[in-house]
Design a protein around this ligand. Structure first.
Ligand code: ATR
Length: 266
């Protein structure tokens, strides 16, 4: 068990419910691996007490920062002092860094985690044509990150077309040169295909796209981590596609969060 002293940097994860969070274990393992004197603890905070909690936490001189998860990702945007352009355009953050004067700076790393996860398995995105299913929270983060990673074009397809149009408009606000189209359930003609809808988590969910249109040359990526082998990935493999599971995204998130929070080896 790690020795905690007055020099130990403190981090927390804000969530409700809290019992399922895996980040403390993963981040504390990361700290141990790189020899960093820090500890991350779960912080169970209800939505109606988030503002008062943050007002108090920012006074903690040994606080390095906070990881933010369900249901607080959107609400923290009104409670932080600064935010990255991407977090502002998405309207949500998953990490808050405490600056030395107590200000809180917000950033959204969900999408960057996905992109880094792909790189970690040898898949570059620059210059590729990408298809994104979904326009909710996960899809927002990934849509911005795909464009930031330099895809040649991005097609967004969502059940509620207005949300796809809205995401397109916000990405274009930040990246006016981006080539973005609104798509249909047909993913053919794109090199990289991403499911960022919640379809596939529950048994009996409909498929998030028309899998009969998948092509063997495509890389098909899943954002869902549980179950690991979704119906989409099973269908993609049957059609000869290369597939990317959801897990590497999470592993890379930990690294990215640590970097943003200023965690360095000692
Ligand atoms: P998350 O934070 O996991 O992204 P979310 O913000 O609720 O969750 O977004 C869920 C995504 O899955 C949305 O793109 C949603 O489509 P709508 O915007 O049309 O709601 C998509 N989704 C969920 N259930 C769906 C279903 N039965 N059919 C098609 N799309 C669905």
């Amino acid at each position: 068990m790690k020795e905690i002293t007055g020099a130990t940097k403190l981090f927390g994860i804000l969530a409700d419910p809290i019992h399922h969070v895996k980040t403390p274990q993963r981040m504390n393992e990361h700290f141990a691996r790189i020899g960093y004197d820090g500890v991350l603890v779960p912080l169970h905070v209800r939505a109606d007490e988030l503002a008062s909690t943050l007002a108090g936490l920012r006074n903690l001189r040994n606080l390095g920062g906070l990881i933010v998860t369900v249901p607080h990702k959107t609400a923290v945007m009104d409670l932080c002092d600064e935010a990255s352009d991407v977090a502002r355009k998405i309207g949500a953050a998953n990490v808050l860094r405490r600056e030395p004067d107590g200000r809180l700076t917000a950033h959204m790393l969900d999408g960057e985690g996905f992109v880094r996860g792909l790189r970690s398995t040898g898949n570059e995105l620059a210059g590729k044509t990408a298809y994104l299913a979904g326009a909710g929270g996960a899809a927002n983060a990934i849509g911005f990150a795909l464009v930031q990673a330099g895809v040649a074009s991005l097609t967004i397809a969502n059940r509620t077309a207005a949300k796809a149009e809205d995401l397109k408009a916000r990405i274009l606000d930040l990246f006016p040169q981006a080539r973005i189209h609104i798509g249909t359930p047909d993913p053919s003609g794109h090199e990289v295909v991403v499911n960022a809808t919640s379809l596939g988590m529950k048994e009996g969910d409909p498929l998030p796209m028309d899998v009969s249109r998948l092509e063997a040359t495509q890389l098909v990526c899943e954002v869902i981590m549980q179950p690991e082998n979704t119906a989409l990935l099973q269908a993609a493999r049957q059609r000869g596609c290369k597939v990317q599971y959801g897990a590497p995204m999470l592993a890379c998130q930990i690294e990215l969060m640590a970097e943003f929070l200023g965690v360095g080896a000692k």
